[in-house]
Design a protein around this ligand. Structure first.
Ligand SMILES: *Cc1c(COP(=O)(O)O)cnc(C)c1O
Length: 388
């Protein structure tokens, strides 16, 4: 017996599920060169246009001069530098929580947090559309794991009534493939009534939602008591890399003691943390980025409606167009690419069967004219596919 990898790959290709990595030959931005072609991109998570900001780049270079390149060790050994620490203090201040813990990436932040908080004999309840890292974390934790209906407080209540042990309710803040907001006031009320804790992963809300970019908890005005565990990532709107967990003193100390993906990994390069301090300042102060995004979101939604295409219930820069089959999503993506636009097709298992989509994302770096160009191309591409 041997692994029949080629059969698996062939099968995936036949199902229109094969993945390829577009090769970026320029820095991240709205105009990129991909596989030799100049394209206007509508699919990054660089929502505020900070991934290649000259001031953050400069801070990164300054960070390298001060701190060198490598973290050199895990945080508990000698990898925890004053640069990491300063960013943690700034993130605690930003989120209005007693403390924050810097992690290497969001995937590990979720894995480490869920597994440190619940285990055998406990319960973890998750929205069925949660990000893969949260679902994986729930499974790995060893706690009883159950998924409630998307954003459905009633469905959550039913599961809470059967929960055992310490119970953690886990949800995306902004759902990464749909763009809608978690109904946190209702979900947190259910959790609190059942003495469960709520954990929110706001990877796509930080920077975009809330007057200061404080994400969904700022948007809804929720306290540390209502959302005891708050996760954010730094590779999206912040434009750098890494993630953080914010919460009480006891939560952060517990993660330092028990979160294995935190303990057993090298700290991120301190220069990245140093650069993120500048990024955080821009996220908080440059309100025009959020204001401009709001203008683009409104313009895009009005344009898509006028084309007669279906939109999802999203007030965020994530504006997916669900087309159904993976084959059709790929064809639409290819038709846009032929018109100079980069919008990737998102297919199962990233999204549920039959809901393949173009995940259009807007960035504060886009102009209104660029959004109009996308709308025009969408109309053309749609017509072309329907005529075939
Ligand atoms: C991107 C994402 C993550 C992973 O964060 P990384 O820092 O990229 O590892 C986690 N949760 C959600 C909801 C995400 O969208």
């Amino acid at each position: 017996m041997s692994f029949d990898l080629s059969a698996r790959l062939t099968e995936r290709r036949a199902a229109h599920l094969y993945r390829q990595r577009p090769l970026l030959q320029t820095p991240q931005g709205v105009e990129v060169q991909v596989d030799g072609e100049q394209l206007l991109s509508f699919c990054s998570n660089d929502y505020l246009g900070l991934a290649n900001d000259p001031r953050i780049n400069e801070a990164f270079v300054d960070g390298v001069r001060r701190w060198g390149t490598g973290g050199g060790a895990s945080h508990l050994v000698t990898g925890h530098s004053a640069a990491h620490h300063a960013l943690e203090d700034a993130l605690a201040d930003f989120t209005g929580r007693p403390r924050a813990l810097l992690m290497s990436c969001g995937y590990m932040a979720n894995m480490g947090t869920v597994t440190a908080l619940v285990g055998q004999g406990d319960t973890v309840l998750e929205d069925r559309l949660n990000h893969a890292s949260l679902l994986d974390a729930g499974l790995l934790s060893g706690a009883r794991f159950s998924r409630y209906l998307h954003n459905d407080a009633g469905s959550l209540r039913g599961r809470l009534s059967k929960a055992q042990g310490n119970t953690l309710v886990v949800t995306d803040g902004v759902f990464s493939m749909d763009g809608d907001l978690a109904d946190l006031p209702a979900l947190c009320a259910e959790a609190t009534a059942a003495q469960a804790w709520t954990m929110v992963d706001d990877a796509h809300g930080f920077g975009c939602l809330g007057a200061q970019g404080g994400g969904i908890v700022e948007h809804f005005g929720l306290s540390t008591e209502q959302v005891p565990v708050l996760v954010g990532t730094l590779g999206k709107a912040f434009g750098t890399a890494g993630a953080f967990v914010a919460g009480s003193e006891a939560l952060i100390e517990s993660l330092i003691q028990f979160a294995r993906p935190y303990i057993y990994t090298t700290s991120q390069p301190p220069a990245v943390a140093h650069a993120t301090l500048t990024s955080l300042q821009l996220v908080r102060e440059e309100h025009w980025r959020r204001d401009h995004l709001a203008v683009l979101i409104r313009r895009f939604r009005a344009g898509v409606s006028a084309l007669g295409l279906e939109l999802m219930d999203s007030p965020t820069p994530i504006q997916p167009i669900v087309v159904g089959s993976s084959e059709r999503a790929l064809a639409l993506s290819a038709a846009l690419r032929a018109r100079g636009l980069l919008v990737t097709a998102i297919r199962p298992p990233t999204v549920p069967q039959g809901t393949a989509r173009l995940r259009v994302t807007l960035s504060a770096a886009h102009t209104e004219q660029q959004v109009d160009r996308l709308l025009y191309a969408l109309g053309q591409a749609h017509k072309e596919l329907n005529d075939e």
